[in-house]
Design a protein. Sequence first.
Length: 483
Amino acid sequence: YKRIQFILNVCEFSNKLPGPPTQPFIGNIALFAKMSNIEMLDYMIKTANELRDSGESIMRFQFIGKLLVFPLDGKSAQTLLQSTTELDKGDDYEFARAWLGRSVLLDGYGERWKNHRRLVTPTFHFAKLEGYLEVFNRETKVMIELLDKFAKTGETVDLFHYIKRCTLDIICGTAMGTTIDAQHNPTHPYVLAVEGFNKLSVDHSMKAHLQIPFLFWLLGYQKQKDDYVYTMKTFTRDVTAGRMTDLKLGHIENHASKRDMNFLDILLCSKETKDWSEEDIREEVDTFMFAGHDTTAASFSWMCWNMAHNQDIQEKVYKEIIEIFGENPNGDVDSEGIKKLDYTERVLKESKRRIAPVPTLQRKLREDMEIGGHMIPAGVNISVAPTIFHSNPKGFPNPEKFDPDRFLSENMDKRNAYDYIPFSAGLRNCVGQKFAQLNEKVLLIHMLRNYRIEPMLDFNDTQPSMEVISRPSNGIPVKLTRR
Ligand code: HEM
């Protein structure tokens, strides 16, 4: 009875907020049940534009007592994103708890999260990032070599899978100093477990019936999830245990300067993690694996798609790369050269605007908060959707157009700082942002120095789906020609 009363109260409240019409009790379930993940994103962007035109700054959806509120622009999201206390992640993140526990990504506001975030952050300082360049260069060259056969035959290649395995190898090397060589070994159990887990998490969040634990178990999904989690945890636990033994024997401190250490070694060697359990360390390392590879893969894949569809811009980026790094297709990319990139920098920003690699993030309110002119009660999930902000014609006129000049400083000054948030913003922004940007530049430089990319489908024939990460619905099918 209490549950039903709660749902009815949510229904009553949600109908006062701007959003598509709801049906009694079930809210907007029927509306979304008919849509694919691709249609969902399109629908949300269209509805957001209509609501903005009628002067609204938020959009709500409601699913049997679950209320989701989307701010529609940077200004209305700002209150939430710059809050120093509203830092709890939303309900949808619970699915990853079995794998990532209370790591920096999932943990709620409090001393523990602050402490972990403070200790994890230095692993991304610039000097440290330089140490990761060697892994970026090495693994990217493996990808370039694997792609060569497609350039030779002219056969179409779906870049997405190649990029994904490459970024997985990169994160494995930089987070743990180990390799699974996913690029040569795409059926490695760890690779399959990561892919399976991500897919399951999407199914879970999109299909209402799977959110009933009994059905999730009965239909065999719980068993699948447990198996994936076991494979992933065991892999990292083994590596962590091995490194801890090395540390005890003095091998880590002896062999490496801090610059050459991987993320795991840095955590293990820090005095401040002395009272962390082995599981605390494992959770942080796994979080890097999870947060660090699919995101970069999606981001760089969309970059290649944007390049393929904007040949003039691709040529300008290529020219800048050649001017700075020379024509040698195998040369390593160094950080001094990367700092000189200017046009390419803007192109990368525009690419993340055009398609945001992380389509939504979610917070759960601790206290009542005014968002976009409406008082939203504690307990409601607020979804911040970079994709929705970035397609707002008020901040980005003609949003469909790929235009790097939007990121010239004179144009950036015209926007609210929170209108462009591919890495989120505020205290819970992406801790790996600089790492990701450096990684993408290395990928891009090697890619364009070796190949011209041409599309084998129209731009909108592969679309970002509304999943944890914006996966291209039909991959990134391209033709590569050797430069
Ligand atoms: C282009 C690539 C990337 C994009 C677009 C991206 C985007 C984001 C976004 C939007 C968030 C906020 C999520 C939320 O509020 O729930 C986030 C958080 C986070 N990211 Fe990234 N990310 C990328 C790469 C990386 C990499 C390479 C790493 C690590 C190696 C990383 C580690 C993290 C962590 C640990 C958090 C959680 C921070 C916290 O909650 O305090 N990310 N990222």
